[in-house]
Design a protein around this ligand. Structure first.
Ligand code: ADP
Length: 315
């Protein structure tokens, strides 16, 4: 049985269609990413999974139950990460844990959970004194205190610095190792690529692709992307005629060529043959970002580095 199934979900707010037609299934024990730009309908979809919103059309089942009708039962079995500032500033970590323990039939052991999330030393620290990374870890601890079968994590690493982000990723992988199904909402392509077993790419309320990040990028050719600024003009045809190159795009004087095989070697060779020097040369593997651009015709444009800020403050 799938942990979560969403079948032709449709949800509007007045005239705004937030979710047009979304279907996907999350298998038990996987990390599943709901991925897309801001406004794509991710949060609304997940709020229907959490039973906070009722679909206008379509069905949602979580552990075989209707999240709206069986909200009390599912609250015990599905852990939802709190958004920032949903806790009172003066509450300490230990007090927050005690409060949340009282909501559950079979709560986890607080010490074990705090140790696992690296919060033992901060257990007497008030919420407002926690760093961004510590707040995030506390929100995960509170989502896990009921020993859920499914954890829903929304914009896990937004606002975290690179170290805290990597820590939060390790925690999510740890959840999967314990057999917990994770539904991860994110607009960071790299986060999804790094963490998720499978993703649903959502754009304008519709699923544009579902699958394993590696196989989605492989469908694009699974290969390389080379970017450079050319020292002299040349025709796209020069590169498109190479057997390994599938696509050439330009933004200003920045040229991007993607394809399979050893794109970098062939492109640099072809450029050298006509006397063009590729400056600021960069070679990457094709990414989910490329999949999104190919499927929607638009850049997605959210990278982890854009989401990071330096607002970490320490107690
Ligand atoms: P995402 O999580 O991908 O950013 P959302 O589900 O939050 O997307 O939003 C999808 C669309 O629905 C957006 O156009 C957003 O402005 C709109 N929307 C979201 N929540 C509400 C609401 N409570 N009332 C009206 N419009 C909303």
């Amino acid at each position: 049985m799938a942990a979560i199934t969403i079948d032709h979900l449709h949800k509007r707010y007045g005239d705004t269609v937030a979710v047009d037609d979304v279907s996907f299934a999350v298998e038990c024990g996987e990390i599943f990413g709901v991925l897309g730009p801001n406004g794509a309908g991710k949060t609304t979809t997940v709020e229907c999974v959490e039973g906070l919103r009722q679909p206008d059309r379509g069905t949602v089942r979580v552990l075989g139950l209707d999240p709206h009708r069986h909200r009390d039962e599912l609250r015990q079995r599905v852990g939802v990460q709190l958004q920032d500032s949903e806790l009172p500033d003066k509450l300490t970590v230990a007090e927050a844990m005690d409060l949340y323990r009282s909501f559950y039939r079979a709560p986890a052991d607080t010490t074990t959970l705090l140790e696992r999330l690296g919060l033992m030393d901060s257990r007497r620290t008030r919420y407002k004194k926690l760093s961004g990374g510590q707040k995030q870890r506390l929100s995960i601890a509170l989502a896990l205190i009921g020993q859920p079968e499914v954890a829903v994590l929304d914009e896990l690493s937004t606002g975290l610095d690179p170290t805290a982000r990597r820590e939060s990723w390790a925690i999510v992988e740890d959840l999967r190792d314990q057999g917990i199904t994770v539904l991860l909402v994110t607009h960071f392509m790299e986060e999804a690529e790094r963490l998720c077993d499978r993703v649903a790419l959502i754009d304008a309320g519709r699923v544009v692709a579902v699958g394993n990040p590696a196989s989605l990028t492989e469908q694009l050719g699974g290969g390389q992307r080379i970017r450079f600024r050319a020292s002299a003009p040349f025709a796209d045809r020069l590169l498109l005629d190479l057997p390994d190159v599938d696509q050439v795009t330009r933004r200003g004087d920045l040229v991007t060529a993607t394809g399979t095989g050893d794109v970098a070697a062939h492109v640099t060779g072809a450029l050298a043959a006509v006397g063009v020097v590729p400056h600021q040369l960069q070679v990457d593997r094709t990414s989910l970002e490329d999949v999104f651009v190919t499927l929607t015709g638009r850049p997605h444009r959210a990278t982890c580095s854009q989401g990071a800020n330096t607002s970490e403050s320490h107690p």
